[in-house]
Design a protein around this ligand. Sequence first.
Ligand code: CA
Length: 227
Amino acid sequence: MSKILIVEDETKIARFVELELKHEGYEVQTAFDGRSGLSMCESWQPDLLILDLMLPELSGIEVCRRLRQQSDIPIIMLTAKDDVSDKVMGLDMGADDYMTKPFAIEELLARIRVALKKHRGDISQTSGVLSAGLLKLEPASYSTSFSGESIALTKKEFDLLHYLWQHEHTAISRDELLENVWGYDFAGDTNIVDVYIRYLRQKIDDRYAIKTIHTIRAVGYMFRYEH
Ligand code: CA
């Protein structure tokens, strides 16, 4: 579960965003000024930061500048409508993205997913290893383990888990899975996806009493680690 820190002094906006993010399954903390935002970043180590530009104590720009000296955490800046120069400065200071207030919550959620995914992609390019809780997947050696105990997966099971996990927190359709895990040979026969999902659940979720593969009604499946 990804941890998101909101730094926003407008309590109504902060509370609203916090509730929506919690509803999406994120772990959320809120800070109401720049200085405490910065110190919570250091103590709580969030996976993503939603940072308002105009803040008491320390401005969003300054928080961003200081954070970038020590961390590559994804930062989404919130700006008031006409702060064009501030937006530019925010991006210059290393923010990954910005949203203009007022914004649609769905758009913020989408941008959060993109930023988290991109960040994970950057990490996995260097190591490739995925881990959540005690579950671990190592592409280089095609191995999967739980708490150090090796899980015997077939190549297709492994590829399916790997694909879902790489797109963590994103609902993936059966068609997309077929296309990317099985290739064109199996086009059209989405039943096979359900069969392999069942194998994975037996070998991982059932065996270790965790929940990793969620059924998304009318869409397909999503990887999200829960225990
Ligand atoms: Ca503000």
